[in-house]
Structures are given as structure tokens and as C-alpha cells.
Write a protein that binds this ligand. Sequence first.
Ligand code: HEC
Length: 144
Amino acid sequence: MKLLTKSLIAGCLLFAGVAVAKEGVQDPTVKARMDLMGSIGMNVRVLGDMATEKVAFDAAAAAAAQQALVAASADIAAKFEPQATDPVSEAKPEIWSNWDDFVAKAQALNTAATNLGAASLDDVKAGMGAIGGTCRDCHSTYRM
Ligand code: HEC
């Protein structure tokens, strides 16, 4: 179980590696959704660095990151709804042909973020696997 959580966290940190929208993005709608994903990535990294004990647990920082994740994930549907394109976008067109499923996957992240306890290191460790699973679940279907 411990190992599983660790690998889920590591998988998620890979996604968190790109923290800001890609250079050269022209379309403002695409830029806005990339920026949203970038902020999701940064907040996951804050929690992931604590969960892997790369940085010391900080209850205030964990709570702030958790709340930012809850808010950002609630904004995914609104930011992705306009079907904008850009040469550097990695969004697959299936997002808009399977819109309800995409929204359900965004909701799954919102639920995982809401359920993450930020009061202790053990709570953060326990909640990160579920969060990482929702990143992968959506990216593997809807991101190139
Ligand atoms: C509901 C679907 C969905 C969920 C859930 C999701 N993502 Fe994404 N993410 C996408 C899509 C689609 C793109 C590609 C957007 C584009 O290039 O237009 C993306 C792109 C990204 C990017 C790259 C942004 C850029 O500047 O190009 C990062 C970083 C990212 N996601 C992190 C995360 C992390 C971390 C999680 C989990 C906490 C997560 N995402 C959850 C759909 C999702």
C-alpha cells in the first residue's frame, strides 16, 4: 500500500513538472485553461513535496494548496467548455464529443481534493494517491 501511494504520487509529480502554460500559446482561451492546469500542477507539487517528505509538513501551506485545488478543479469545466484550439494545445477533440465524461473526470478531481485532509502529514499522504489517480485518468483519455 505504501509503495502504491508512493508511485501514484511520483506519477502525479511528473504531470506537475510543467508549471506554466507552454511558450508560444496564442489563443487566450487555450492559455487560460493551460494556466489553470499549471496552477493545479503547482498546488499538487506543494502537497506532493510534503507527502514524499522532500519538504517539511506545513499545515497552513497544505490547507492553502488543498483549497486552491478544490477551487481550480471546480473551474475546469468552465475553462474547457469553449472548444478553442492552438498549435501547442495538447487537448484532444474527444473532450467536446464526450463532454459529460470529461466533466465527470474533472468532478472526480474536485471530490479527491475536497476529501484530502490537510491537518497532518499522514492525512496528506493518504489523500494524494486519489488525487494523482484523477490526473492520470483524465490525461490518459483527453490529453495528447
Ligand atoms: C478533467 C480532465 C483533467 C484533469 C482531472 C486533470 N487534467 Fe491536467 N490537463 C487536461 C488537459 C485536457 C490538458 C491539455 C490542455 C491543452 O493543452 O489545451 C491538461 C494539461 C495539464 C498540464 C499542462 C499545462 C500546460 O501548460 O500545457 C498540467 C501541468 C496538468 N494538466 C496538470 C494536472 C494535474 C497535476 C492534475 C491532477 C491534480 C490534472 N492536470 C488533472 C485535463 C485534465
